[in-house]
Ligand binder design. Structure first.
Ligand code: ADP
Ligand code: MG
Length: 361
């Protein structure tokens, strides 16, 4: 049975629709990441699941029971916010115990739950400290500890890492994955960061303007995005899009392409965009361009040298933006230099004028 089932959830603030019919099912023990740009309704969706907002229409079922009209405390949910909202005058132990105290749990149960959560989170030595004496990562762990002690059936996390610096974010990402392995609690984790989504999720739901665009495993969304939006949102650096025309025979021509590309997409004649990920573009030497199905030409605008890899920004007539190519090593290229990039068509995606991905050939 699904732990959490959201059906046609709608909510507006005033005249502005924010959730426009969200369907989302999360299986028991699953780590579901909801990802989408700022303002698309992620926090609103979590607040509805938690019971902090009431849907205009639609239902939220938890373990087969409609909880749409239950107060937050009766939903078996614990939510961790982006701002940890710890009580500054309380110790770590008191912060973690607070909800259980409110619920009038026996002191021995509270002590045991706090000790266990502290052990899981590596906070045992800090239980008597106040939040001011903790680092950002430690505070975040206390906030998670507060959720753990309640032994909820579902964890809700709203961008829990976005206040941390980059290095700490990576470490905490690992801790989240580890925590989930230990506790296996059904989780809905919201972020705007697709790298977090890719690394943490069992499945990802991509939310755009109050609607779920696609749900799938990270690999499914990466390999088979349903549309241009998902294709552009998942993957870093971002997928390149080359605008052009598909003809009756399925040949794709674009000002960026050196020659028309035989794609096999017959019956889709019209304007189209081809998507190709930066890691699938390679520098095509003069010697062996024929090893690629197609080549793109342009001028180097800028080279980001990252040590192990370089990201080339190449200006080309067929793309609104610079085409990005991620190549191994420290690319020996000058700004302004002409380059040819090659790729294997098997790695390209094609999107029609409605931004829908054309099926595999
Ligand atoms: P996200 O978390 O994806 O960034 P939110 O769910 O916070 O997005 O917000 C979605 C939209 O709803 C935004 O346009 C936001 O301004 C609006 N919104 C959120 N909460 C309220 C509220 N209480 N009243 C009015 N508008 C709101
Ligand atoms: Mg938000």
């Amino acid at each position: 049975m699904a732990e959490l089932k959201i059906t046609q959830a709608r909510l507006g603030f005033g005249d502005t629709p924010v959730l426009r019919g969200v369907d989302l099912t999360v299986e028991t023990g699953e780590f579901m990441v909801v990802v989408g740009p700022s303002g698309c309704g992620k926090s609103t969706l979590l607040r509805c699941i938690a019971g902090l907002e009431t849907l205009d229409s639609g239902t939220i079922d938890i373990a087969g029971r409609d909880v749409s009209h239950l107060p937050p405390a009766e939903r078996g949910i614990a939510m961790v916010f982006q701002s940890y909202a710890l009580y500054p005058h309380m110790t770590v132990a008191q912060n973690m115990a607070f909800a259980l105290k409110l619920a009038k749990a026996p002191q021995t149960d509270i002590d045991a739950a706090v000790a266990q959560a502290a052990d899981i989170l590596g906070l045992t030595d800090m239980l008597q400290r106040k939040p001011a004496a903790l680092s950002g990562g430690q505070r975040q762990r206390v906030a998670i500890g507060r959720a753990i002690v309640r032994n909820p059936s579902i964890f809700l996390f709203d961008e829990p890492l976005s206040n941390l610096d980059a290095a700490l974010r990576v470490k905490m990402r690992y801790e989240f994955a580890d925590l989930h392995k230990k506790l296996k609690t059904t989780t809905v984790y919201v972020t705007h960061d697709q790298v977090e989504a890719m690394t943490l999720a069992d499945r990802i739901a991509v939310l755009r303007a109050g609607l779920v665009e696609q749900i799938g495993t990270p690999q499914e969304l990466y390999d088979r995005p349903g549309n241009r939006f998902v294709a552009g949102f998942i993957g870093s650096p971002q997928m390149n899009f080359l605008s052009g025309i598909l003809d009756e025979e399925g040949r794709f021509s674009s000002p960026a392409l050196v020659a028309p590309l035989a794609t096999g997409y017959r019956g889709h004649a019209g304007p189209a965009e081809m998507g190709i990920r930066p890691e699938h573009l390679h520098l095509a030497g003069d010697s062996a361009p024929s090893q690629f199905s197609a080549t793109v030409s342009g001028t180097v605008q800028f080279v980001e040298r990252l040590g192990g890899t370089s990201v080339l920004h190449v200006a080309s007539a067929g793309s609104d933006f610079a085409i990005l190519a991620q190549v191994a090593g420290n690319a020996d290229l000058q700004n302004g230099q002409g380059v040819t990039l090659g790729f294997d068509f098997a790695n390209a995606q094609m999107f029609d004028h409605n931004e829908v991905r054309l099926g595999d050939q």
